[in-house]
Design a protein. Structure first.
Length: 193
């Protein structure tokens, strides 16, 4: 039973990594799309991402909690071990950000595209397309999944587990800022031209 739960936990991780990578690439591509038709086809992908992330999170959190509760027979891990608490808190944080911030950004983009004509560029649509929050959020999510892979495989205490997540978050914010600035500069040049 324990090994089956570990398998399902890792299956959830595989699905999550696939969904997060697709989400990252889609968000970056949305920023540089050059027509309404391109934006429409890109946002069609987001429905698939949402459909994969929910079951992935259920598998990760559900099986993860089961694994900790059974772990005494497989080596001793207390519920208050740093890596357990940090992974649980960050995973739940990712779920909350996903259903609130990410969902509302996706809805805003869908609505802007639904209301758009085929003319290009359009100011309203351009503002949503070049919004910075979705980029920060998707970089943050990706960085935390990578940090949690480190935390899970090394099982550190609180200090190292939190440091890993903070370092990943700071790196993601820097990468997102660089990306947003370069895309906005290119958009300005292309819209003026
Ligand atoms: C995105 C979040 C997560 C990722 C990427 C992740 C990833 C992993 C990976 C790769 C392993 C195998 C590590 C190894 O055998 O060396 C693992 C094991 C484990 N995970 Fe997670 N995990 C996540 C969330 C959680 C959560 C929230 C919990 C529960 C609090 C949890 C509990 C466990 C336990 C107890 C094991 C050890 C199983 C064993 O080796 O016997 N995980 N996880």
């Amino acid at each position: 039973m324990y090994n089956a739960a570990l398998f399902l936990h890792l299956l959830g991780v595989v699905l999550l990594v696939g969904a997060v990578t697709t989400s990252l690439l889609t968000t970056l591509r949305v920023q540089t799309a050059g027509s309404v038709a391109q934006l429409r086809s890109l946002t069609a992908v987001t429905k698939w991402i949402e459909a994969v992330i929910a079951p992935a999170m259920v598998l990760i959190i559900g099986c993860g909690i089961y694994l900790v509760s059974q772990r005494d027979d497989h080596g001793s891990v207390p519920w208050n071990a740093g890596w357990v608490v940090v992974s649980l808190v960050i995973t739940l944080l990712l779920v909350v950000i996903g259903v609130t911030v990410e969902a509302s950004d996706a809805k805003r983009l869908h609505t802007a595209i639904a209301n758009a004509t085929d003319e290009w560029p359009q100011a309203d649509l351009r503002a949503v397309q070049l919004a910075s929050r979705p980029v920060y959020v998707v970089f943050f999510g990706t960085s935390q999944v990578v940090a949690l892979l480190f935390v899970m495989t090394n099982r550190p205490g609180f200090v190292v587990a939190i440091a890993a997540c903070v370092i990943a978050a700071v790196a993601s914010a820097i990468a997102a800022t660089i990306r947003i600035r370069s895309v906005r500069r290119a958009a300005l040049v292309s819209d003026i031209g």
